[in-house]
Design a protein around this ligand. Structure first.
Ligand SMILES: [Zn+2]
Length: 135
């Protein structure tokens, strides 16, 4: 195992496919695709990458659909649709990678339900953690 050093292109479904092919070529047999994989803002639909990849046969790598994670006020934890049966948007606090990145870049601590303060402090300590500047 080793990290894959790669600059994000935010190309949504095309980039998700590229990620899967790279991993397949390194010998991975499964690839997990989440909500808005490699997306930016609202340019792509939240499940566009998953749907595009499920329509492809990449040969040798199985695509696994990851459910959206949200904070459930009734459960009191981060859950997915598979973990939580509480309905109603009033019980759900939704978030995205974009929302969290923007919050950290503004110097604003994300809600404690979404990110523990010590995690925020570790990420923020890198100065410009999402642009690769001071790492
Ligand atoms: Zn719940």
């Amino acid at each position: 195992m080793s990290p894959l050093h790669y600059e994000m292109m935010y190309a949504g479904p095309r980039e998700a496919t590229l990620h899967a092919i790279i991993r397949r070529n390194f010998g991975c047999t499964h690839f997990i695709v989440g909500r808005d994989h490699a997306g930016v803002g609202n340019y792509y639909g939240p499940y566009e990458a998953i749907e595009a990849m499920e329509a492809l046969d990449l040969g040798g790598i199985e695509i696994i659909r990851a459910s959206e994670v949200f904070y459930c006020r009734a459960c009191g934890s981060l859950v997915t649709e598979m973990d939580c049966g509480h309905g109603g948007e009033d019980k759900r606090q939704r978030f995205s990678g974009t929302m969290i990145r923007n919050s950290i870049e503004r110097g604003s601590v994300p809600d404690e339900n979404i990110m523990r303060r010590e995690v925020y402090e570790a990420v923020a300590s890198y100065g410009n953690p999402f642009r690769g500047g001071d790492v």
